[in-house]
Design a protein around this ligand. Sequence first.
Ligand SMILES: [Mg+2]
Length: 395
Amino acid sequence: MKITDLKCAIIGHNPVVRITTDEGIEGYGQAESPKRYLKPHVLFYRDHVLGRDPTDVERVMSTIRRLGGFKPWGSAVSAIEFALWDIAGKAAGVPVYKLLGGKVRDKVRVYNGAVRPPLEGITPQHYADNMRQMKESPENFSIIKQGVAFHSPMSTEVPDFYYGDHVDARFHPNRGLLTEKGFKHLMACIEATKDVCGDEVGLALDAGPGMMAPDLLRLAKECEPLNLMWIEDALTGDYVPYVLPDVYRDVTMATSTPIHTGEQIYLRQNFKDLIEQKAVNVIGPDPADIGGIAELKWVAEYADLHGILMAPHGTADGLIGLAALVQVCATLPPNYIAFEYPTGNPEWWYDIIDGLPDPIVTDSYIDVWDTPGLGVSFNDKARAYLREEDADFFD
Ligand SMILES: [Mg+2]
């Protein structure tokens, strides 16, 4: 089998990859929703993969993997990897999880990041109300993540929240030491949120990037009685193009609150120090950023050898990303906690994709489906949502 074309369209907000072959089998991949600018980056790889056998996934990946980087520059490589597995599964007539070693669970646990009403304000009451609404969502999530500190409006809207000069830009540019006032406000919001969770819903906090190590340690120690699931990406994370494992390690060794990072990290090599130094307790690679699902599987196995847990990121990966997450998470070792459930955005994504269970999530779990490849496909309605410049995407 040979790859005959690699295409990319922006459907809704997500870049979508389509790979076609000389045997009429096609495969799809998807990158995170805020990354519309990736289309030329996806097409950069076209000449590298044309004519190659997509069912030798690793062989194709070895031609393009070194040409990616930390988030967002690993996304195109990752989405292409999804599409290759999709083809390989369809060609073999098996779901992708079979090609990754087989499933070890029939349903995968998800946690909530994306199913959220807007936070109406920054007081503890607003945080409590927001959690109450999320707790009532029909998916009945068993773990819910909330943004605090620099991963929330708190950092800009609470007066004198931190000692630092505000940077007015997107993607969490601010860093600095918290003021005592800021720290107390942060703790009050966390405690109000936890009161709503009780012991029925696990609470995870996304706290940065932007916190300084002494603040993270203070926060983690203060939160010890709250039995948090984890504190995520407080120091680095999101779009930070480095890891700082030694700094994370200092904090992790000094607290019983689980420390988490990793959504922006590309490739196993960049998880090596984090894992070998046991610098965090939980890692959260995103299959759509790390370099694909096989890369995520490899890192999960290596993390398990070192006593480190897995909670893959995925909030903006869309419905094809959701399928990729289900396939790989069905195969992960018992260090797997849950993946972050992505939603279709805009809502019409649910009308153009076939193959997902209905409802998708039941009591915080998704049943693993057995259809070949990633097991999801575009239906006839999809064509109507293509932009003019992508009109030939399905041809
Ligand atoms: Mg995060």
